[in-house]
Design a protein around this ligand. Structure first.
Ligand SMILES: CC(C)(COP(=O)(O)OP(=O)(O)OC[C@H]1O[C@@H](n2cnc3c(N)ncnc32)[C@H](O)[C@@H]1OP(=O)(O)O)[C@@H](O)C(=O)NCCC(=O)NCCS
Length: 170
């Protein structure tokens, strides 16, 4: 825990993952367009709204993508997504929690819940300077991918760390 940062950790039972629908598109754009989220993304460029319309529709239509809105007491506070390039490929996970809801255990809880539903293996690629995300995924039982040659992914991009979750992880 960071000294001086207020904490209000809800019980994980309060976290609900709801399958995302087309009506979530604007909210997802708002979450992902926040300057601090762009700065932590692998592609930090601003999101073009029309590109987002196409991207979101494609994700919803893709049978290899699963997207859930993270809800707490019926309030939508973020999005977690797992997608694959092929059915047997490892899933790739991405998450955003709105700033006002952070540091309460929601990120970790949502990641754990999504991984359990998916079954894995699941890969997270995180900018090395995104310390909050690295810590969050490590706390959600992701491990440094290191020599995970079985994943057959090649080396991560410079400045990017790769983590993996497997169903054998707690
Ligand atoms: C990364 C993110 C999803 C974490 O969500 P969160 O709800 O704040 O995470 P949690 O409260 O579950 O934190 C779990 C652990 O992560 C670590 N952590 C989270 N935020 C942290 C921060 N700002 N600094 C240091 N550690 C942090 C802590 O170890 C924390 O455990 P603790 O509270 O017991 O100390 C959120 O910060 C976010 O949406 N960031 C912007 C988008 C982003 O970076 N997404 C990931 C791209 S790969």
């Amino acid at each position: 825990m960071i000294a001086g940062v207020p904490r209000s950790r809800p019980p994980s039972a309060e976290i609900r993952l709801r399958v995302a629908t087309a009506s979530d598109r604007s909210q997802v754009l708002a979450w992902n367009s926040a300057p601090d989220v762009r700065a932590r993304s692998l592609d930090p460029r601003p999101i073009d709204p029309m590109d987002h319309v196409r991207w979101f529709a494609a994700r919803l239509a893709d049978p290899l993508t699963r997207m859930w809105v993270i809800e707490v007491q019926r309030r939508a506070v973020g999005l977690v997504r797992i997608e694959r390039s092929a059915p047997a490929a490892p899933g790739r996970i991405s998450i955003v929690v709105e700033a006002s809801a952070r540091r309460g255990g929601l990120g970790r809880g949502a990641i754990r819940a999504a991984c359990r539903v998916d079954g894995g293996p699941i890969v997270a690629e995180i900018r090395s300077d995104n310390l909050a995300s690295v810590a969050c995924f490590e706390n959600a039982a992701f491990e440094d991918a290191g020599a995970a040659f079985d994943l057959d992914l090649g080396p991560p991009a410079p400045g990017v760390r790769r983590f993996v979750w497997r169903s054998t992880h707690v």
